[in-house]
Write a protein that binds this ligand. Sequence first.
Ligand SMILES: *Cc1c(COP(=O)(O)O)cnc(C)c1O
Length: 356
Amino acid sequence: METVTTPKIKTLRSPSTRIHEVDFTNLPFGRIFSDHMLVADCKDGSWSEPQIVPFGTIPVLPCMTSLHYGQAIFEGMKAFKQPNGNAVLFRPEENYARMNHSAWRLCMPEVPHEIFVDGMKELVQLDNQWIPRTEGSALYIRPFMFATDEYVGIKPSDNYKFIIFSCPVGAYYPEPVALWVSRNFVRAVEGGTGEAKAAGNYAGGLIGQKRAKKRGYHSVLWLDAQSRKYVEECGTMNIFFVIDGVLITPELTGTILKGVTRDSILTLAKGLGIPAEVRRIKIKEIQAAWQQGRLQEAFGTGTAAVISHVVKIGYRKIVMELPPVEERKIGNALLAKLNDIRMGRVEDEHQWIVKV
Ligand SMILES: *Cc1c(COP(=O)(O)O)cnc(C)c1O
């Protein structure tokens, strides 16, 4: 039976919509924003009632603490429109849990479920016309929280702002990526913030990305900070390899972001009977497998692209060219399965789809 939900969140509707200005056949990633956003404030540990308001500027003083010391975290997820017209979220509880794990690491307050999950549902429902309908396209949702104390001193802030806004994003035909192995720079260290989606992690990673680009690669393949031997992540995605038909991804050691896509891929691999190993993996092992012709596939996983095939890995003087993308049986099978679940074409046996 259809349950009818009445809006619970105080909403100030935008007097007009910008939706008619948008070319939905040509959506750049992350540059077009839907009409509304959800805002909630936390003061000394207690949260205000969230409000949905028109997407727009927020007042900021130059002394706002997060601008200086980076007490800021975020999440990234997507809403889809299924062929039957249902607007759905993919595993929102996982993002909610991760947001609060990040909050814990950065000494920020826990975000209530009613604000993050229920608030997101209402926001997406209100702007549901902004969810593109073409297969592969989606409404990218960006929840984030930052410290708002007006104080130039280092301590956990007493005040925080939590916001959710969204961007319609086009069918992502992920261009296969070439990865450069960084040996000079690392993304995360043991005991650091690598497992949190902390704003500063991404600023710290830019230089690796820049160096990779300078060498003609798209993105960086990060190694562990301590030994510079083990593969950790690529760019802002988790990394998978296929060697001799076995799917391999690095185990979570505290320096790797716990990707929702990563977890979904591992779960689907199990269901499809694809052997999988979750363990530390040396770049030398990848190199040896490549030299012996046993490295069949490599791909990155993340909400934005789901799966990005890796076509080339540059490590020191070695350039590892991988087999053509069309031959990638495992990555492509997993991608198809995940898309089928998201579009409601197959049974959602893991209850990953949540209607808004
Ligand atoms: C967000 C992110 C991922 C992917 O996580 P998903 O939940 O799959 O989107 C992987 N690595 C890093 C560093 C990330 O920030």
